[in-house]
Design a protein. Structure first.
Length: 172
């Protein structure tokens, strides 16, 4: 974790001045009321309630204290983090269903990779990883997951072309 990173946190405790959240790694972080939302906050529970998942930005790490911000996360960043979380959840469920009794195999994968999503991403280019980590009975099903494409993002660009000559349309 570094300053500026975005994390999906779970709200633990809410008071008038400080909100305590649980980070993905199990540690606690704090959000002061001025970092919850811009402007004056009348009712803190409009923004944060216990057990709610929120996307926070790390402002400062000082010793064991991790200071976070909710208001400095824009909607695009929030959407990306939530989409990654949903992908992780879907991959975890798929692995549990495919491996069934052999679900302990995921522990071996998580020793070498940060997440199952990272394993899938690497397995797309290196097919040997599937042979190394997955039992023979389940290799084909995992291979199908790696062949599925993640949702593509779309890039749109608008260009305005202008020509003031009489035959401008022909020139363009």
């Amino acid at each position: 974790m570094e300053e500026g990173d975005l994390l999906l946190c779970t709200v633990e405790k809410v008071s008038n001045t400080i909100t305590i959240v649980r980070l993905p790694n199990g540690k606690e972080g704090t959000i002061v009321s001025s970092e919850i939302a811009p402007g004056r906050i009348k009712h803190m529970r409009q923004y944060v309630v216990p057990n709610k998942r929120i996307v926070c930005k790390i402002l400062e790490i000082s010793g064991n204290n991790i200071h976070l911000s909710l208001r400095r996360v824009n909607s695009k960043e929030k959407k990306e983090v939530m989409q990654r979380y949903k992908q992780d959840q879907a991959i975890n469920i798929a692995f549990k269903e495919i491996l069934g009794e052999n679900s302990n195999e995921t522990k071996k994968i998580l020793e070498d990779f940060e997440s199952l999503r990272e394993f899938i991403d690497k397995a797309r280019t290196d097919k040997e990883l599937i042979l190394k980590y997955i039992p023979k009975d389940n290799q084909e099903a995992i291979r199908k997951i790696t062949e599925k494409k993640m949702k593509n993002s779309e890039l749109k660009q608008y260009i305005r072309i202008k020509c003031l000559e009489e035959d401008g349309i022909k020139r363009i």
